[in-house]
Design a protein around this ligand. Structure first.
Ligand SMILES: NC(=O)CCC(=O)C(=O)O
Length: 265
């Protein structure tokens, strides 16, 4: 299976419209890949809080339309990263979109863990409450977004739902780059799954982005990692490795669920 992670540069000197057009072209250039992955909130930038409201769009909006067409033109599965979604009956959401090679919207995932503590995304957007998996011919994807990477229980939930390959679009800052690599490897090892984590490059809202998108195998080995700038990271991997690893080293079968809290003495 061939995956291409498009580590898009998000800088303020490019308009959202221009970037949308440019990224659609980048997706089209990936014809021949099985899966193409984009980062989190690449239209606005994950830290451009003031743009969330102005650029938010419904699931039938201009980004979805452009990405559906790009997926169809390239004939690829496209995890189109996330957009600020405007729900007509609710708050904004940080919503990831997956398109099939025919351009149909196969899945939408509203980010569950919002970043920012008491500011930014955490106050401007609503929280999703549903895990999402997507069945591809080669593997089952489990989707998560950026800050979700810090919450192992979400990934266990995805494993229980059948996920073998995690796809994690992100807008991860350079300041915490070491956490990014470490967490991607940790989620792969503990769940014996592939991790495809695609971040942004560039600087927006004064926050330099980490880049360094990464693909990790179920043994925790880094199969490929990007540098800091805009880059297409292409990797060939065998999804059957997941079943093989889980069979040969069956740690997931030794899980003990429902542990009691410590008793007070
Ligand atoms: N966009 C995000 O979710 C940023 C997450 C982050 O910076 C971190 O977890 O650290």
């Amino acid at each position: 299976m061939r995956a291409s992670l498009l580590q898009v540069a998000v800088n303020e000197d490019e308009s959202v419209e221009a970037r949308r057009l440019r990224v659609a072209g980048m997706v089209r250039d990936q014809a021949g890949a099985d899966l193409v992955v984009l980062p989190e909130l690449w239209t606005t930038g994950a830290f451009a809080y003031e743009a969330f409201g102005t650029e938010a769009e419904p699931l039938e909006g201009p980004t979805c339309e452009a990405m559906a067409k790009a997926a169809r033109d390239a004939g690829v599965w496209l995890h189109a990263g996330s957009i600020p979604e405007r729900d007509p009956d609710g708050p904004l959401y940080n919503t990831s979109l997956v398109f099939s090679p025919s351009g149909a919207l196969a899945a939408a995932y509203r980010k569950i863990h919002r970043f920012g503590f008491d500011q930014g995304e955490a106050v401007l957007m609503g929280a999703g409450d549903e895990l999402v998996t997507v069945r591809l011919p080669q593997t089952t994807l489990g989707v998560a977004t950026c800050y979700d990477l810090r919450f192992p229980e979400l990934f266990r939930g995805l494993v229980d739902a059948g996920a073998e390959t995690f796809v994690v679009p992100a807008g991860w800052p350079e300041r915490r780059r070491s956490h990014w690599t470490l967490l991607a490897q940790a989620r792969a090892v503990e769940n014996q799954a592939f991790v495809l984590a695609c971040g942004t490059a560039g600087t927006h809202a004064g926050v330099p982005q980490a880049g360094h998108s990464i693909v990790v195998d179920p043994w925790g080995e880094v199969l490929a990692q990007a540098g800091p700038g805009e880059e297409v990271l292409t990797v060939d991997f065998d999804p059957a490795t997941v079943a093989g690893t889980r069979e040969r080293f069956p740690a997931l079968k030794d899980r003990v669920l429902g542990l009691e809290p410590p008793k007070r003495r």
